[in-house]
Design a protein around this ligand. Structure first.
Ligand code: PGA
Length: 249
């Protein structure tokens, strides 16, 4: 299984800023080890420019969201085929900012995951508990519900490489407060158990990413933990130098 080092640029970067960052990143990741994969989740408006900047590079491109339909009367939405058309091979689904700010439900996320996979995109399904849920002893129930609901309509024969889970405790996102090793180990073991329950043995081959204030100086230690198969990086992925150090950590 290749580690997946993923950049989530969120609502940042103009087209030319995105292009400049990727050109700088490409140069710095010439020596990326074979057992690592890098993906950049760029804003929709920059995707086509990013695809051009990445031509000939192994760095994969992804969208940060999609709508679960191929086309039609869905004003303001972007379909999986449109992402593929812009050069994407990945899509993020269910990021906590979308769950919290856009009111995305488990039911909608479930449809997005299944539709994106059926369309030929690889999916990174994001899950994570809020601080209130953690303090209230709901860690296991929240994470299990988000995984089970998110994967409910997935074809069980989907290749393991096409499904990744990003565990991102909401209280660690953009706060500078990274989860401790024990909390990461506990959550990732739980995710692995859920993946095995849903997919049986192939669940062992699916990547579980950690996200939440990951940066160059903590990436190596987090990647060394059991059941951590990559990182989803927000703030520290905006700068090519910083993200390349994480990708090579
Ligand atoms: P952060 O964001 O690295 O800035 O905490 C991670 C994410 O939201 O994916």
């Amino acid at each position: 299984m290749k580690l997946l080092l993923a950049a989530n640029w969120k609502m940042n970067k103009s087209r030319s800023e995105a292009e400049q960052t990727l050109l700088a990143l490409k140069g710095r990741l010439d020596a990326l080890p074979n057992e690592r994969e890098v993906a950049v989740f760029a804003p929709f408006t920059a995707l086509a420019d990013c695809a051009k900047a990445l031509a000939g590079s192994p760095i994969a491109l992804g969208g940060q969201n999609c709508y679960p339909a191929g086309q039609g009367a869905f004003t303001g939405e972007i379909s999986p085929p449109m992402l593929l058309d812009c050069g994407c091979s990945y899509v993020l689904v269910g990021h906590s900012e979308r769950r919290a700010l856009m009111g995305e439900s488990d039911a909608l996320i479930c449809r997005k995951v299944a539709h994106a996979l059926d369309s030929g995109l690889k999916v990174v399904l994001c899950i994570g508990e809020t601080l209130e849920e953690r303090d209230d002893g709901q860690l296991v129930s929240v994470l299990s519900r988000q995984i089970m609901a998110g994967l409910a309509q997935v074809d069980k024969a989907t290749p393991a490489a096409n499904i990744s889970i990003a565990y991102e405790p909401v209280w660690a996102i953009g706060t500078g407060r990274v989860a401790g090793a024990e909390a990461i180990l506990e959550a990732h073991a739980l995710v692995r158990k859920n993946l095995l329950d849903v997919f049986s043995a192939p669940g062992n081959e699916m990547r579980i990413l950690y996200g939440g204030s990951a940066k160059a100086d903590n990436a190596k230690a987090i990647l060394a933990l059991d059941n951590v198969n990559g990182l989803l990086v927000g703030g520290a992925s905006l700068d090519a130098e910083s993200f390349s150090r994480i990708a090579l950590a």
